[in-house]
Ligand binder design. Structure first.
Ligand code: FMN
Length: 388
C-alpha cells in the first residue's frame, strides 16, 4: 500500500570473500559468457563497449580474452574452460605463467573456471602456447594452426578438493582477484560434497554461477541443451539452501543465468538466493538478434553469430554499444520501480515469501513454500562432517 524508495539508483554488490585482495563492485546485471568465436568480433566489441558505457561486467566465455574484448574497454570476467584458452601450454594443460601474464590486465576483474562444461563439440583452432588471435576463432604459433575440441573435463583438477586448491592457486596468481566457478547442477550430492570440502578446508570460491537447464548455447550438443541439468529456480534454491546449511553464505556470491531478461526476472532470481544475474541471449537481442536460428551455420544475417566479414561488418559497434548499455540501464531501472512498488527498499528485502506462483487451478503458493518447504538438513553423505 505504501511504496518505498530505493536509495541506490545503480544496484551493485561487492564480490570477493575473505581471501580476495581485489574485491569487485559488480552491477546486479551483467553479460553472460559468450566467446569470441561463437560471436563475431563486432558483436564482442559492442558488448564490451556497452559494458563500459553502462558500468557493468562482460564474461569472455570459454574462448578467453580476445583483442575485441580489450578494444571495447569493459570490465571483464575471464572464463577458463577445459581448453584453457589464453593460459594453455603446448600440451593443452593449464599454464601458471601464461595465466599470470594475462590476468594482470587491468580490465580483468574476475576469473572463473567452468567446472562442468559437458562435451563441447565445438572445434576451436588454436596454436599451442600462443595467445594471439588471428580472427575466425584461430590462434597461431609459428604459422601453424591446430584444431581443438574443448575436452569434457578439466585436466587441472579431478575432484572437489583439487578444484578448491586450483581456485586458490588462481587467486594467488592473480594477486587476489575474485575467482569463481560456473556450473549447471546435475548430481546434487556432488554439490553437497563441494560444500563440505569448502567448510572443512576453509577454501572458498568468491562466486558460484548457476546456469539453469534452460541455458542456451549454439555450441552444446542438442540433446544436452534439451535435456540435461536442473532448471534455474530449483537449482538456485538448492544451492542457497546448501550454502546456508554449511555456513558459507558470507564468503560466496551467487550468480544466476537462465532466461533473465526483465526486472521481475531479476527480482525472482534474487528472492531464491541470487546476488547477481547474467544475461546472454538478452544481450544478443540488444545487439539486434532476430532469432534467425542460424547460429550453428555461421550465416547469422545480423552479423552476431558469424565469422563472415560480409555479415559482421554490418553490425555497427558505435550504435549497438549504446543499445547494450540502454538495455542494461532500463532493466535496472525497471527492477528498481518494481522493488519500490512491492515495498523492497533494498536487495535484502527481496525474500521468497513475497513472490507467488499459481501451482494449479485456483491455488497459488509462495516461492518459500514451493522452493524452501523445510528447514535445511544434511543428506546422508554428510555424516562425518560437523555443522554450524
Ligand atoms: C552464443 C552463446 C555462447 C555461449 N558460450 C558460453 C561459453 O563460452 N561459456 C559458458 O559458460 N556459457 C556459454 N553460454 C551460456 C550462457 O553464458 C548462459 O549461461 C546461458 O545462455 C543462459 O543464459 P540466457 O538464458 O541469458 O541466454 C553461451 C550462450 C550463448 C547463447
Amino acid at each position: 500500500m505504501f511504496p518505498v524508495h530505493v536509495q541506490a539508483k545503480d544496484l551493485r554488490v561487492t564480490v570477493g570473500g575473505s581471501r580476495c585482495k581485489q574485491p569487485y563492485s559488480a552491477s546486479i546485471y551483467n553479460i553472460s559468457a559468450m566467446s569470441y568465436g561463437s560471436l563475431s568480433k563486432t558483436a564482442v566489441t559492442a558488448l564490451s563497449a556497452g559494458a563500459k558505457l553502462g558500468g557493468f561486467a562482460h564474461n569472455t566465455g570459454e574462448g578467453g580474452v580476445s583483442p575485441f574484448h580489450i578494444e571495447g574497454g569493459g570490465d571483464l570476467i575471464w572464463q577458463i574452460g577445459t581448453g584453457y584458452f589464453g593460459c594453455r601450454d603446448k600440451d593443452g594443460n593449464f599454464s601458471e605463467k601464461l595465466f599470470k601474464e594475462q590476468v594482470a590486465h587491468p580490465h580483468i576483474k574476475n576469473g572463473g573456471d567452468q567446472a562442468v562444461s559437458g562435451s563441447q563439440a565445438r572445434a576451436r583452432r588454436y596454436t599451442a602456447g600462443c595467445q594471439e588471435y588471428t580472427g575466425d576463432r584461430s590462434y597461431t604459433q609459428g604459422g601453424t594452426l591446430y584444431t581443438v575440441a574443448s575436452p569434457p573435463a578439466h585436466s587441472a583438477f579431478s575432484d572437489q578438493f583439487t578444484m578448491l586448491l586450483y581456485i586458490d592457486k588462481l587467486r594467488v596468481l592473480s594477486d587476489g582477484k575474485p575467482i569463481g566457478i560456473k556450473l549447471c547442477i546435475g548430481n546434487k550430492q556432488e554439490f553437497e560434497r563441494l560444500c563440505q570440502e569448502m567448510k572443512h578446508n576453509r577454501i572458498y570460491p568468491d562466486f558460484i554461477t548457476i546456469d539453469g537447464a534452460e541455458g542456451g548455447t549454439g555450441a552444446a550438443p542438442l540433446e544436452f541443451t534439451d535435456s540435461l541439468g536442473m532448471p534455474l529456480y530449483d537449482a538456485l534454491a538448492y544451492v542457497q539452501h546448501m550454502l546456508e546449511l554449511y555456513g558459507l553464505r558470507d564468503e560466496i556470491k551467487l550468480i544466476a543465468a537462465g532466461k533473465i531478461i526483465t526486472g521481475v526476472d531479476i527480482i525472482k532470481a534474487i528472492s531464491l538466493g541470487a546476488d547477481i544475474c547474467y544475461s546472454a541471449r538478452g544481450m544478443m537481442f540488444a545487439l539486434g538478434c532476430i532469432q534467425a536460428l542460424q547460429c550453428d551455420s555461421g550465416r547469422c544475417p545480423v552479423g552476431i553469430a558469424t565469422q563472415d566479414k560480409n555479415l559482421y561488418k554490418g553490425l555497427d559497434v558505435a550504435d549497438k554499444r549504446v543499445r547494450v548499455a540502454n538495455f542494461h540501464g532500463n532493466t535496472i531501472k525497471s527492477t528498481i520501480e518494481v522493488m519500490e512498488a512491492c515495498g523492497f527498499a533494498s536487495l535484502q528485502d527481496i525474500t521468497p515469501d513475497k513472490i507467488f506462483r499459481r501451482v494449479e487451478q485456483g491455488q497459488t503458493k509462495s516461492f518459500k513454500d514451493i522452493y524452501f518447504p523445510k528447514k535445511p538438513s544434511p543428506s546422508s553423505i554428510s555424516k562425518n562432517y560437523v555443522l554450524n
